[in-house]
Write a protein that binds this ligand. Sequence first.
Ligand code: GLU
Length: 319
Amino acid sequence: MMRKTCAALALAAVLPAAHAAFPDHPITLIVPFPAGGPTDIVGRLAAAKAGEILGQQIVVENRTGASGTIGMTATARAKPDGYTVGLATVSTHGTAPHLFPKLAYDPVKDFTPVSNLVTSPNILSVNPQFPAKTLGEFVEHVRANPNKDGYANAGAGGVNDLGMIWFLQIIGGKMNSISYRGSAPALTDTVGGVVPVIFDNFPSSLPYLKSNHLRALAITGQQRNPRLPDVPTFAEQGYKDYDVTAWYGVVGPAGMPDDVRDKLADAFARAVRDPATAAKMEETGAFPLGNTPAEFGQQIRAEHDRWKSVIEKADIKLQ
Ligand code: GLU
């Protein structure tokens, strides 16, 4: 017994101390949007498998509000030891930083990129009672009825709000932005007829589209989605330069040790590429990615700059 302890101590002395055994207790993944939304769906699928790979549970904690920026502020302020990471999205790192003057974090400087897990198209849908059956009819209806209807979205200044504001600018239409804490409550109200229109990340809308509780008018991306091949893209309906992609990637606070970051990145990348997990992701209409910390870091910078230019060019302001 005594000898074993001495051996363990001797071993600990030669290993790079604190994180040699990472992870030796459960990890928290902060999901900055509510349960049942796309960030949550993707986060839980990836966390279950990555936890299995790491031999430690990854506990999902939903910390919602302000288009995901509350959960991301908590992530940025956590101890950078790898035991608290967050699921960043295009809203928290691409769009909101340009529109929230008091944002408590810098999306590039305050985080350690780990791995971008998944990308997803966005979809414009309406409650079946809404008069428009096609995108063309929708555009005509909106142009003829300025500020009459509202569109539900997953948070003011987030990608679904901004994606719609941008589209309305292109068509010269006006609608009211009705913001929720995330896709799940936004969908409940659209399906319930409280708000007639929703622009959403595809995975959360898909079940309602399949059950005909919503009618799809157009999907973003250069190609149709294999899960709903009858739904035409915005591009093929004449809006070639209009594209809005959602993504969900693991980040830690700035200053996470490289070996801890790499171990997490490897586990999450393997998780989303695992055939059973990848198949479940693809069933939601999303595309598994699982890239490296360096690739994800570049993507965050590129997305941040891309949305800056979209927002400035179109002079988008929050309503
Ligand atoms: N639309 C949000 C985003 O892409 C996610 C909404 C949600 O998960 O509820 O940032």
